[in-house]
Design a protein around this ligand. Structure first.
Ligand code: ADP
Ligand code: MG
Length: 787
């Protein structure tokens, strides 16, 4: 780069001299034109790999003109010199301006206009290095290359206008309402920009300020006005913020969109050419992708929107390709490891199935066979069992656990909450004790002594199956011979925990279960390292749950309905919302609600209370009372959300239902409808947002978890739907796995292809790519074994 800088400066100096001397090709000994041509040749040689092809072509074009310099008269020569200077400096400016070697970890405070304060604001956005900054993409773009004038605006449209502030006024028509109104001249007429209750904007609106306002247009009192949704003050002749397509970045507190844009421009200009290409050249050619510097330049500061699409296509591919490589590499590692070969056709298994009070459904049979054949194979099982709430996943898991025990191994089953672990423990004990299988419970709230005992029994092999919470994956827990590890409600656990459980044995088989249905292509991404089984059939006799959304005014009628259910011998859940930030307050709200219901509304009935802050023993008592039917109504926080199974409960009331996500509502509703009786779900809510309303409508219209998951994806977007916590995958910065499903498939194929050719990505030409994959997965527990 230093060489390029030197070369440019020499061309520049020579051009100045040549101009002064009247374009006689005499500025340099040996001829000005020959000198420039050879300098350009050198520049091209250095920049060949970092400059976009168009840039190189441009430079070569002027080099061609310069070769024929002496064929022209003075006027043309002048033009050629100017053209050359312009093109050369434009195309290599960014590369040449790099002051020193940039490392990916280079701190942001070295960037122009980023001091420690801004650096720390950026850090809050997860941007710590220049690399991070370049990969912080615009949320949208605004075409400011041809802005409208006030007189062109239509009522009801949202538009952007630029102009000069010619006056500003503050009006207080009544208490609690402040209107700030700026008169803006757009070069041909005056219009008004209006802010409601933001008196502080006034100080930015001094006369003469260049202003860019975006908002809804309205003609009022014979004038046109814009109700400002977004605005920027700008400098005239500004090349970064106006007169072009400008990127709009998600703003953060203390860092305005405009500031971030300036910082980004500096970063792009100076560092984009330092970004080394890491995708295989063959792929770039095959798909006609932009090379990396070109893609990054165009995603931030495009000249036309078409370029954004192209840049995006490359960056989306890059992101999904890395993701698929990471996932694929893990699968390869697993295949290489020899696993446990479980026994075939067993007596105990048969006895267990015979002892069930019901025959298995067809879907359960299919899925069990898939699991058995995996377990009997010497390759390690890594299977995801997906089935809607109430589809009967537990029985499948228990059958598999019986198989491992009968083959001479131990089993483990991990659940996300103590309540669910306890329930599984009781269920398993009841079913398996008669078969002589020893089951133990291990949770955080056991006493120290109890814990030590379970851990000792697990280590010695006295216990066959350990059921528990996270406590099972604690370091002290050692299995004598772990054969199968089951994780219930997988969406509550990360990949890290899953991996930890697996590490408790020597390549045990792994079964993870989830009620979150995911479209298959997406599942391949999120759980790409797993094989998938689906329980797509509910046990017979289930009736769809009737769901009603009512306003809180109608609660008295709900109370009557509850009474009817109880009179009929049924039981009711009454859920109050829990906001994680302040569990304490929520718990006290739950306590209060239970008390009101017990003393004021249902003095003649028994109301139980269940929340997360109860001691293990208290939880057990409450749950047992409810299971036995002693309690008619169970007031609960969302701790009952997952897994709880009391078939006699036929009604669930959810207060402030609009405060829950769709997936959560579906899980909660899944607590009822577990038997043959008609069940009801009452959503009490007065939602204030449109999104809240649509969630409730979706709940009313369907009980199908698959439909709900798709709606959820639509409403929340995949970013939220697959939070890192659930999926254990790196966050996606640009790809949208729904919209980009085609690219996803291509990326997957190419990733598998590459892994086949170069398992472990060991070849030198894949070194940069391998590093990218490792870096990307590091943050989420680095479960990829490539070194
Ligand atoms: P989930 O898939 O939500 O974990 P569970 O395993 O808790 O569902 O099962 C829900 C209910 O259905 C339980 O009460 C269980 O005993 C019952 N169940 C499971 N399989 C069958 C079946 N084949 N026939 C009838 N009832 C079943
Ligand atoms: Mg379950």
């Amino acid at each position: 780069m230093i060489d390029v800088l030197r070369l440019i400066n020499m061309i520049k100096k020579a051009s100045i001299v040549e101009t002064k001397m009247g374009y006689k090709n005499a500025a340099v000994f040996g001829g000005f034109s020959d000198f420039v041509v050879s300098s350009i040749l050198n520049i091209c040689a250095i920049l060949e790999n970092t400059m976009p092809p168009e840039g190189l072509a441009e430079i070569r074009r002027v080099s061609g003109l310069m070769k024929k310099y002496t064929d022209n008269g003075p006027k043309e020569r002048e033009n050629i010199v100017k053209d050359t200077m312009h093109v050369v400096s434009k195309q290599v400016k960014s590369a040449a301006a790099v002051p020193k070697k940039v490392t990916p970890g280079m701190g942001l405070q070295f960037l122009k206009s980023v001091g420690p304060k801004r650096a720390s604001l950026l850090n809050r956005l997860g941007i710590n290095t220049v690399d991070d900054l370049l990969y912080h993409f615009p949320r949208r773009y605004e075409d400011r290359s041809r802005l409208k004038k006030f007189h062109e605006l239509q009522d009801g449209d949202t538009d952007t206008v630029m102009g000069t502030v010619v006056g500003c006024q503050e009006i207080r028509p009544r208490r609690g309402l402040t209107i700030t109104k700026a008169a803006v001249h757009d070069g041909s007429s005056v219009g008004y920009a209006v802010w409601f209750n933001q008196p502080y904007v006034k100080k930015q609106l001094a006369q003469g300020t260049e202003l860019l306002v975006t908002g809804k247009v309205e003609h009022k009192y014979g004038n046109v006005q814009i109700t400002v949704a977004d605005f920027e003050t700008s400098d005239k002749e500004d090349q970064v913020h106006s007169g072009r397509i400008v990127p709009v970045y998600p703003a953060t507190e203390g860092l305005q969109a405009r500031t971030l844009r300036s910082i980004m421009k500096t970063a792009v200009d100076r560092y984009v050419n330092e970004q080394e290409e890491f995708l295989p050249t063959s792929l770039i050619k095959k798909y006609g992708f932009f090379i990396l510097p070109q893609a990054l330049t165009n995603i931030h500061f495009p000249e036309k929107m078409k370029d954004v699409e192209e840049a995006r296509r490359r960056l989306v591919f890059e992101e999904l390709f890395i993701l698929q490589l990471g996932v694929g590499l893990q699968k390869v590692t697993q295949l290489e490891e020899k696993g446990i070969r479980h026994k075939k056709n067993m007596d105990l298994m048969e006895m267990f199935l015979q002892s069930l009070p019901f025959p298995l459904t067809g879907a359960q049979h299919v899925v069990l066979n898939e699991i058995y054949s995996d377990m009997e194979d010497s390759k390690t099982m890594n299977r995801l069992l997906q089935g809607d709430v109430g589809s009967g996943k537990t029985v499948v898991a228990v059958s598999a656990l019986v198989k491992t025990v009968e083959s001479g191994y131990q089993g483990a089953m991990m659940a996300p909450t103590e309540i669910l672990a306890e329930q599984h423990f009781q269920g398993l004990s009841r079913l398996l004790q008669p078969l002589g299988i020893k089951v133990a419970l291990l949770t955080g709230s056991l006493s120290k002594k109890e814990k030590e005992e379970v851990i000792a029994d697990t280590g010695s092999g006295r216990v066959d199956i350990v059921v528990g919470t996270h406590a099972v994956i604690q370091e002290e827990v050692v299995f004598q011979k772990l054969g199968l590890a089951v994780t219930d409600e997988q969406h509550r656990f990360g990949v890290k925990q899953r991996a930890k459980l697996r590490e408790k044995g020597y390549n045990p088989d792994v079964l993870v279960m989830t009620a979150t249905p995911i479209p298959r292509t997406l599942a391949l991404t999120v759980y790409g390292d797993l094989d998938i089984s689906v329980l797509d059939e509910l046990p017979p006799g289930r009736r769809p749950i009737k769901t009603y959304w009512i306003s809180s005014k109608m609660k008295p009628r709900v109370y009557n309905f509850i009474r009817e259910q109880v009179k009929d011998g049924k039981q009711v859940y009454y859920v109050c919302p829990l906001v994680e930030e302040s569990e304490k307050i929520d718990v006290s709200a739950a306590v209060e609600l239970a008390e009101t219901l017990q003393t004021k509304v249902f003095p003649d009935l028994t109301v139980g209370l269940l929340h997360g802050r109860l001691k293990q023993e208290a939880k057990e008592t409450v749950m047992n009372e409810f299971k036995k039917g002693t309690a008619n109504i169970l007031v609960a926080t969302t701790v009952v959300e997952v897994g709880v199974d009391v078939p006699n409960a036929t009604m669930i009331v959810i207060e402030d239902a609009d405060r829950f996500g769709l997936a959560q509502l579906h899980q909660l509703r899944g607590r009822v409808g577990r038997g043959a009786h008609q069940s009801y779900c009452i959503l009490v809510a007065n939602p204030s947002t449109e999104e809240g309303k649509s969630r409730l409508r979706v709940m009313q219209s369907t009980c199908d978890g698959f439909v709900i998951a798709e709606e959820d994806l639509k409403l929340r977007g995949p970013g939220e739907f697959f939070g890192t916590k659930q999926s254990g995958l790196p966050d996606l910065k640009i790809a949208d796995i729904i919209r980009d499903v085609k690219i996803l498939q291509t990326a997957r194929e190419e990733a598998l292809n590459l892994i086949r050719q170069d398992p472990g990505l060991q070849r030198p030409e894949h070194a940069k790519l391998r590093k990218k994959v490792i870096d990307k997965f590091k943050g989420v527990g680095n479960y990829i074994k490539i070194s």
